[in-house]
Write a protein that binds this ligand. Structure first.
Ligand SMILES: Cc1ncc(COP(=O)(O)O)c(C=O)c1O
Length: 430
């Protein structure tokens, strides 16, 4: 006998969606526009999560919506091994136009993790070497290889061992909590020495295909490395024929007040991964590298059914054009400075904020206990107080000790100032 299915209205999400999908807010969302979303009761919420740094052009930017609608009427699935198509080619043109000359070919994929998988495979093929060096506190995704290079939280990796072998982790500069003695301004050199010591103790440099790093750490806590440290990493790669992969998935697409995080440090990586903000919420990601590196991928040695999806890449074209035409990178730099100044004012009155850090609109405040320890409880209370004023925020950091503030790059001064008032009240009230 066929079992009767419960009518949809009677089902609550907990019965349909596994608990692994934890939720930060009670909002059942109906629609979004710019920096705001509206719930099914018509209440408006200020979204300073950007759907985890994705909606850089704001929710439902009209030009992105129009591009999706128009492309959907033409062809949705133009499988990349079967057809070339205009949206994918134009997306590659628009994307490479924002990149240095040596990042001149683009392989499209569907998620951040998939782009990381692709970049790692490409580095192995291009160098013929087996090992990967990644950094402690990094987040690169949840597929098996991406998880193996991730170390932002043990629970991302826990119970999934064994992971990919020949992955070595070095500490990433977390200058606010540097464990090294000596002068704080030289802590980056101590971090670099730790990286170098991998080659003395654990793996020969000639066995290393790539050093993989986020240009600014994301999930691990929004740590910004020094330019000196990043340059030293670049030089180390050059010295040993190692490819430098920069994961720009969270830090790219204008988020840091430059188009790409690496631009802050005066280096050019060999391979980058892009996702999140690339297509304003459509699941599009990419690996970019020089043709000479990409050519090492023989036809059929990497691929996927959906990569370069026509509707998704049409959204990517519109996204890249909106970012350029509306000056969103410049706006991110300007609004980021306003946000940072306002947060530093709040910090001056409330020592529970131990650190305000970031670049552009990739900003976080780290909460500390009276002994300086990470204070997740305070961060969570601030999140809850903001939620009560219908402002959406996310935490980051291994202990959830920091709150990241990542509005759409379309945010204006009034919205930043309004947010700062809410945040000040929330911090004062804990
Ligand atoms: C830097 C970085 N790399 C990779 C990923 C994984 O992206 P996705 O969740 O699309 O697989 C993320 C996601 O947060 C990220 O921040």
């Amino acid at each position: 006998m066929v079992q009767a299915v419960a009518p949809r209205a009677q089902l609550v999400p907990e019965e349909l969606i596994p608990r692994v999908v934890g939720r930060y807010s009670p909002v059942v969302v109906d629609r979004g526009q710019g920096c705001y979303v509206w719930d099914i009761n018509g209440e408006r919420w200020l979204d300073f999560t950007s759907g985890i740094a994705v909606i850089n052009t704001g929710h439902c930017h009209p030009r992105v919506v129009a591009a999706i609608q128009e492309q959907a009427t033409k062809i949705i699935h133009a499988q990349a091994n079967i057809f070339a198509h205009e949206p994918m080619m134009r997306a590659a043109v628009e994307l490479t136009a924002t990149l240095p000359d040596s990042l001149n070919q683009v392989f499209f994929t569907n998620s951040g993790a998939e782009a990381v998988e692709g970049a790692l495979k490409l580095a192995k093929v291009a160098t013929g070497r087996p090992a990967i060096v990644a950094f402690r506190g990094a987040f690169h995704g949840r597929t098996h290889a991406a998880m193996s290079v991730t170390s932002s939280r043990a629970k991302v990796r826990g119970h999934y061992e064994p992971l990919l072998p020949s992955v070595y982790h070095a500490p990433y500069p977390y200058l606010f909590r540097s464990p090294y003695g000596g002068s704080p301004e030289d802590a980056d050199l101590a971090y670099f020495r730790e990286l170098e010591s991998l080659f003395d103790q654990l793996v020969l440099p000639e066995d290393v295909a790539a050093i993989l790093m986020e240009s600014v750490a994301g999930e691990g806590g929004y740590q910004v490395p020094t330019a000196r440290w990043v340059r030293l990493v670049r030089e180390l790669c050059d010295r040993h024929g190692i490819l430098l992969i920069m994961d720009e998935i969270q830090s790219g697409m204008g988020r840091t007040g430059k188009m790409w995080g690496f631009e802050h440090f005066g280096v050019v990586p060999d391979i980058i991964t892009v996702a999140k903000g690339l297509a304003s919420g459509m699941p599009v990601s990419a690996v970019a590298a020089d043709k000479a590196i990409m050519d090492r991928w023989a036809p059929g040695s990497h691929g996927g059914t959906y990569g370069g999806n026509a509707v998704g890449t049409a959204a990517a074209v519109a996204t890249l054009q909106v970012i350029r035409d509306e000056g969103l990178v410049e706006n991110a730099a300007r609004m980021g400075q306003r946000l940072m100044d306002g947060l530093r004012d709040i910090q001056a009155d409330h020592p529970v904020i131990g650190d305000v850090r970031g670049l552009g609109l990739m900003v976080a405040t780290e909460f500390v206990a009276s002994d300086g320890a990470p204070n997740a409880a305070a961060a969570n209370r601030v999140i809850a107080a903001c939620l009560a004023e219908r402002v959406l925020l996310l935490t980051c950091g291994t202990y959830d000790q920091a709150i990241r503030i990542i509005p759409p790059l379309t945010v204006d001064a009034g919205q930043i100032d309004g947010f700062l008032e809410v945040y000040r009240r929330a911090v004062a009230g804990i």
